[in-house]
Design a protein around this ligand. Structure first.
Ligand SMILES: [Zn+2]
Length: 213
């Protein structure tokens, strides 16, 4: 049981599910989840609604979501859970106010997470759009987005993610090296604001680092 779980009444939940699906389609349109990659979820109480494995995110509809419990057991829906479902559950346990999680594989988060894996984080500072992140009031903020090594072994990856979340209580997202970004929010709209802000910042920082701007 995760305390403080967001709990929606029926219509709120339907709206959130629609919003999650439209967010996924927009991410596809922006090139952030090519080739059935990425995954998206929302939590309502002890239930999680999450994209099943192998779906084209450009066509995602509410009936494409699996309903699972916080142990990852499938309660409803068609298809099988993606291997990364375990990572969503770690985030919901460690960020108890999170009601939605977005995971994308963009060009810029892939490049920057590879470039700075040795440092353990990407530092973003001095940019106005940092204020798109919750509780950040000034461009003078430095956001350190932790980076963890990528692997196809999801048990150690989940353990690493848990440690990184515990050690970086203020982080708004976590990168997997040469893989992608996880970010979250209390509602789908808040998670999407974090995603759009971070991806904008990754592109600006990426163009500066790689292109000399
Ligand atoms: Zn992924």
């Amino acid at each position: 049981m995760v305390p403080d779980a967001p709990l929606h009444h029926h219509e709120q939940l339907q709206r959130e599910v629609e919003e999650l699906c439209s967010t996924a389609r927009q991410c596809y349109a922006r090139g952030w989840v090519p080739a059935t990659s990425g995954n998206f979820s929302l939590r309502s109480g002890n239930r999680v609604f999450i994209t099943a494995s192998g779906l084209d995110k450009g066509k995602l509809r509410p009936e494409d979501l699996l309903e699972i419990d916080l142990d990852g057991e499938v309660i409803g829906g068609q298809g099988r859970p993606s291997a990364e479902t375990a990572l969503h559950l770690v985030i919901y346990r460690e960020r108890v106010s999170a009601g939605a999680i977005l995971h994308v594989h963009s060009v810029w988060n892939t490049l920057l997470s590879g470039k700075f894996e040795g440092d353990g984080f990407v530092a973003l500072r001095g940019y106005e759009l940092l204020k798109g992140l919750s509780d950040v009031a000034t461009h003078e903020h430095e956001e350190r987005v932790p980076i963890i090594a990528n692997t196809q072994e999801y048990a150690p990856l989940a353990a690493n993610l848990k440690n990184v979340l515990q050690q970086n209580a203020d982080a708004h997202g976590v990168l997997l090296s040469r893989h992608g970004l996880y970010t979250w929010g209390e509602w789908v709209a808040g998670a999407r604001r974090h995603l759009e802000a971070l991806e904008f910042l990754f592109e600006v920082e990426g163009r500066r680092v790689f292109g000399g701007f």
